[in-house]
Design a binder for this molecule. Structure first.
Ligand SMILES: [Zn+2]
Length: 384
């Protein structure tokens, strides 16, 4: 039968844990006058019973991703991460760095060069520090992707893998982390196993608040006795075991979260419209696509989404008629509420667009609009 085959271990047994039906390609933004309908593709997450990797089902779909603006939060986190690596001695005696790119941006090479770890020249086979920050999840073949990264680590070198953890996704109900183009959703527990299968051992882990919970794992080849595994990795493994990140019944909770979130968003927008309150969105992010489509939001409920990336202006959100506009509107016609689709931007946008709050408007975290099953009320987090 044609069930999924694990992208990492080739296992054939597993569970469909999240099914969002057909969704448009989340990185293809049509021209705003393109009436659609946009083609839809199944969007499903499957959890491998053999190795525990949560993964996207199906073949890659081609999409051209307009280059977004790097959020300050991503840039600040990279600086924080490199500082912590240096403080823990991981850069000492290492002088060549190589980086696997991510479409999300956020290169660490400049930060490492400032600390004397220079990028390897093009064509170099190995480096002392090999970095992958939110890159590897974009590879449909997870087994080959990790083998390639490992193969570039010089003797005595370190592999640094940074990922938005499945533990975060499940515990915070971030069901819309699932998207076309993101083929793997790593728990620390699974990634440690994947590394071991490649002769590598995770030695240290750091936790960051980015995306609600991001992990950086430092791994080196066995038997590299230079650094022993410290308690940080084991602490994350215990957290994963407690949370049940390999248990399909636990990961399936994302399906209920998707329903409560789309209903909560729609109910809130309908209530705003009924009260005569204007709403703009902020952040034409991939994660907003399945949320807006699932909630059936069109420009009758939200007139536009503001994004600072000029490449997206004049386009519209996939799967709906909501146009993407520049930030000038926030100053000329401040709305009653701005629905923020990327909570990591909150500090940055409050500072950049003070006119919103000055005119009595508020920033509302779109991630927090969840319908409660019991009362049917919508919880909302307001920042003012
Ligand atoms: Zn597997």
């Amino acid at each position: 039968m044609g069930g999924p085959t694990c992208r990492s271990c080739s296992g054939r047994s597993g569970h469909l844990v999240l099914d969002l039906g057909r969704q448009p390609a989340c990185d293809h933004f049509p021209e705003s006058d393109d009436p659609g309908p946009d083609p839809g593709y199944p969007l499903q997450m499957w959890l491998c019973s053999s190795c525990g990797l949560a993964q996207l089902v199906g073949e890659p779909i081609a999409a051209e991703e307009p280059r977004g603006v790097e959020p300050e939060a991503l840039v600040a986190q990279a600086a924080d991460a490199v500082e912590r690596l240096a403080a823990a001695g991981w850069l000492a005696g290492r002088c060549r760095a190589a980086e696997f790119p991510s479409p999300h941006g956020g290169s660490w090479l400049g930060l490492l060069a400032d600390r004397g770890v220079d990028p390897v020249p093009p064509g170099a086979e190995s480096a002392d520090v090999v970095i992958d920050s939110f890159g590897m999840m974009h590879d449909p073949d997870q087994s080959a992707a990790l083998a390639e990264r490992v193969s570039h680590v010089a003797a005595g070198g370190v592999l640094l893998l940074q990922y938005h953890s499945l533990n975060t996704i499940v515990s915070l109900g971030q069901w819309n982390a699932l998207r076309h183009g993101h083929f793997a959703y790593y728990s620390t527990s699974v990634l440690v196993g994947m590394l071991e299968a490649n002769g590598f051992s995770a030695r240290t882990a750091w936790h960051f608040d980015l995306y609600g919970g991001t992990v950086l794992l430092a791994a080196s080849r066995e038997p590299d006795t230079r650094v022993a595994r410290d308690g940080s990795v084991d602490a994350l493994l215990s957290d994963d075991a407690r949370a049940g990140v390999r248990d399909p019944e636990v990961v399936e909770s994302l399906q209920d979260q998707a329903e409560s979130h789309t209903r909560g968003l729609r109910d809130w927008l309908v209530a705003q419209r009924a009260a005569g309150r204007s709403v703009l969105g902020y952040g034409a992010a991939s994660r907003a696509v399945s949320l807006l489509c699932g909630a059936g939001v069109d420009r009758g409920l939200m007139s536009a989404i503001v994004d600072t990336s000029p490449a997206k202006h004049g386009l519209r959100m996939p799967g709906t008629d909501i146009p993407i506009i520049g930030p000038a509107e926030l100053a000329t016609h401040p709305p009653h509420a701005v629905l923020l689709f990327v909570p990591d931007l909150l500090t940055e946008v409050r500072r950049s667009f003070p006119e919103v709050e000055r005119s009595g408007g508020r920033w509302v975290d779109a991630e927090a609009l969840r319908a409660s099953e019991r009362s049917g009320t919508v919880a909302s987090a307001t920042h003012s």
